[in-house]
Design a protein around this ligand. Sequence first.
Ligand code: FAD
Length: 395
Amino acid sequence: MNNRKISAFDPQDPAGIDELLTPEEKAVRASVRQLCDERIEPHIAEWFEHGSLPDVRNLTKELGALGVLGMHLEGYGCAGMSATEYGLACLELEATDSGIRSLVSVQGSLAMFAIWQWGTEQHKEEWLPRMAAGEAIGCFGLTEPDVGSDPGSMRTRARRDGGDWILDGRKMWITNGSIADVAVVWAQTDDGVRGFVVPTNTAGFSAPEIKHKLSLRASVTSELVLDSVRLPAEAAFPDVRGLKGPLSCLNEARYGIVWGAMGAARSSLQAALSYANDRVQFGRPVAGFQLTQQKLVDMALEYSKGVLLALHLGRRKDAGTLRPEQVSMGKLNNVREALEICRTARTVLGANGISLEYPVIRHMNNLESVLTYEGTVEMHTLVVGQALTGLAAFR
Ligand code: FAD
């Protein structure tokens, strides 16, 4: 007979997943949660409402001081933490807001990872320590006005002029674009798609902010305009050609989203639980009605399954066995289910569900972007479909 004490049921962690985490992992999570609670949570609804990220430079430095920028990279001032710890940080950041998680993901998993993986020693030494500290902000330019899911058709071009490169083109929907000090830009060359490290103060580079978004409002999204941007020969990543370069970075960022989306889901589930217990109709809390319980239970099930999947993928990543198709499974499932959880939570809150007084509709609107960026739900379905059947259905 096993006499081990069974812990009490925790509505915050219905499946008891916390017991699968190490003390170090829980400590990382707690420190990120604390920063979010103290520094971001009190202001986030206002930032979202005004569509701004005031004081973003100082906020980025605070995130850097905590070690979450490029946190799973080794060397060059990066924290060198595990993929699971990075995932837990993403979950906490996105429980606050997908826009804040996007700032961190684009900085660490897209811009810094690209330089860390594909850059020269000079690129790494010049940019990574400052980016890890949050003193320099990065962005990642792949999408274009006419090219999204099919990046192989990109039109931005880099041509040789003597020893230099000249870049011309447009990038669209670029997170952190207008606040970035450095842009990783992907462009067609005579030798296939190549990546370039572009200091944003280079002549011919500009990054007007995209306005009128109703999603990810607490995040800077921009167009990148490259108008005969002249760069030295060494601005190009030396050893990578084709889509392997950008896709390797996207795989990193998608992994963070697998966890992050569950943060938005957790926040919405907790808001729905608390509201349903407080709100009285027909003489009893709405949580006491079977129809409401069905919603809460389905949300708790999908949340628990999503976190378990994220943790499983995190353990595989830490073991070096994670496949890109498995990241696609996680991104597809967890964002889709997180969005469903938020939508259901929205109904539990009734009319209050549409108010920014509660986090639910903010998360719900944010997740519409998360469903689309880093590979749409359709693209990840096709990736997994191809892996299952051996047949590509992209064209
Ligand atoms: P399209 O590719 O035009 O697709 C339109 C629709 O058609 C989608 O539903 C798509 O799934 C579907 N579709 C396309 N092809 C197929 C097919 N073969 N079969 C079935 N369906 C198909 N990009 C960056 O490079 N850097 C960033 O930092 C960045 N940040 C972003 C931030 C925000 C807030 C948003 C909204 C986007 C961001 N993006 C960024 C762009 C994002 O990655 C793209 O929007 C995404 O890849 C989809 O491209 P698209 O919008 O052009 O849609």
